[in-house]
Design a protein around this ligand. Structure first.
Ligand code: GUN
Ligand code: ZN
Length: 430
């Protein structure tokens, strides 16, 4: 039994935008078997449990672990390939690196870099785009299980329009996905399987049918892919699926749009697509730094919310510029500011909602993680900047918890994350 002592910030209710920050100064969280069993003033929790261990997380702020709903495992080493739009960036940056994961030895090194990147940024739960190679996906899950993160991931599949080594067939994709799910899909544990066609530009109808079969045959599995990221990509998808009503229809007509689906980007949706997303309960992963770095466009958050579409946050490493959801939160704020009257003004509590509760809900884990309430898993990060640095100065001079949180989103990076826990297990320290 452990009592964690510190200043705790989280968002405990589902209002977005208009999220309300819950900020408790000198609080105690009692954790038993990884689950928060009490949350009150530290002195009260301590008095009730004088023999428990105490972990003192003062100074700084304890936040719920971040939830990244779109991040690519094979791309950790190519972050920073600036200056190209999506299709050129795929050809010149992403796909050559992804071919290297045919070597399990190479993939092992990438998996270590990737999992360390997530954990040290305070990301405790993620929906991960795996690799086109089943051996590399095994290696990813092995590393995730060793470190103890919550990860939903799967084999990335394509059967056209990519370099030949990255292609599969519907039959092989079904067999490899089923075998991976057998080994790693544990809906009550920390690893789950995600059916992952790369995007319908590189997936024909038979392959998407095979994806649907895996989704049906693996109860509790998740679905993820890309959607409406870039105008040239959207036009190319239209040319490959001449009878589809729109990009989302290329997935929907194979039964791949539902409550367990997460679509990355959706920067250029039609109203019909937003209606379908809202009606089906599918979520959109908004990837702000990626959209800016690739020049993909300004995310229409207001239109998503008007259609009742669930929106969460994704780093989209490696088109995105790093693992930190502080940075993604800040960039999402910038983009909404730039949209002026068409944007949605986001508060610091809204950014925290996006980085935690929204992601947990998008992944069907809203009862398990996303805030630090009694009954939830103790998945948390300790934000503790180095003394005298800009974040330390900012936090010392914040006039309110909301201001302190805004300073955190503005100034914090992975170097300010002093420790991360998942289910009460300490997974990393600075
Ligand atoms: N669309 C298809 N593949 C990718 C990818 O790796 N990154 C991004 N941002 N978009 C994609
Ligand atoms: Zn992506």
């Amino acid at each position: 039994m452990t009592i964690y002592r510190g200043t705790i910030f989280d968002v405990a209710e589902d209002a977005f935008p208009g999220a309300r920050l819950r900020a408790d100064d000198d609080a105690g969280l009692r954790v038993v078997d990884g689950i928060i069993t009490e949350r009150a003033a530290f002195t009260a929790v301590r008095a009730a449990h004088p023999d428990d261990d105490v972990v003192d997380l003062r100074p700084g702020i304890v936040l719920p672990g971040f939830v990244d709903t779109h991040v690519h495992f094979p791309q950790v080493r190519i972050i920073g390939g600036l200056g190209m739009p999506l299709l050129q960036w795929l050809d010149e940056c992403a796909l050559p690196e992804e071919e290297r994961l045919a070597s399990v030895e190479y993939a092992r090194g990438v998996a270590a870099d990737f999992v360390r990147g997530l954990a040290s940024a305070g990301t405790t739960t993620s929906l991960v785009f795996g690799s086109h190679f089943a051996g590399a996906v095994d290696v990813l899950f092995e590393e995730v299980a060793r470190v103890g993160l919550r990860v939903t991931a799967g084999l990335v599949v394509s059967d056209r329009s990519l370099p030949e080594p990255l292609l599969t067939t519907p039959e092989r994709s079904y067999e490899e996905a089923s075998a991976l799910a057998q080994r790693w899909h544990r809906p009550e544990g920390r690893t789950r399987y995600a059916v992952t066609p790369r995007f319908s530009y590189s997936a024909g109808d038979d392959l998407l049918d095979a994806c649907h079969r895996v989704l049906k045959d693996v109860p509790g599995s998740w679905f993820t892919s890309h959607l409406n990221e870039n105008p040239a990509e959207i036009a190319a998808v239209g040319a490959k699926f001449p009878t589809a009503h729109h990009y989302l229809d290329t997935y929907d007509r194979h039964g791949l749009v539902g409550r367990a689906s997460v679509f990355a980007h959706n920067v250029h949706p039609t109203d019909g697509e937003l209606e379908l997303l809202g009606r089906s309960g599918a979520a959109v992963s908004h990837c702000p730094t990626s959209n800016s770095a690739l020049g993909s466009g300004l995310f229409p958050l207001r239109r998503h919310l008007d259609h009742g579409v669930h929106v969460a946050l994704g780093s989209d490493v490696g088109a995105g510029t790093g693992f930190s959801l502080f940075k993604e939160g800040l960039q999402s704020y910038f983009v909404q500011q730039l949209l002026g009257g068409e944007g949605t003004s986001l508060t610091s509590a809204d950014l925290l909602h996006l980085a935690t509760r929204s992601g947990a809900a998008a992944l069907g884990l809203g009862e398990v993680v996303g805030d630090l309430s009694v009954g939830k898993q103790f998945d948390a990060l300790w934000l503790c900047p180095r003394e005298g640095g800009p974040l330390d100065v900012g936090l010392r001079h914040a006039a309110s918890p909301e201001q302190a949180l805004a300073k955190a989103f503005t100034l914090a990076g992975p170097a300010d994350v002093a420790a991360t826990w998942v289910g009460g297990d300490h997974v990393t320290s600075r």
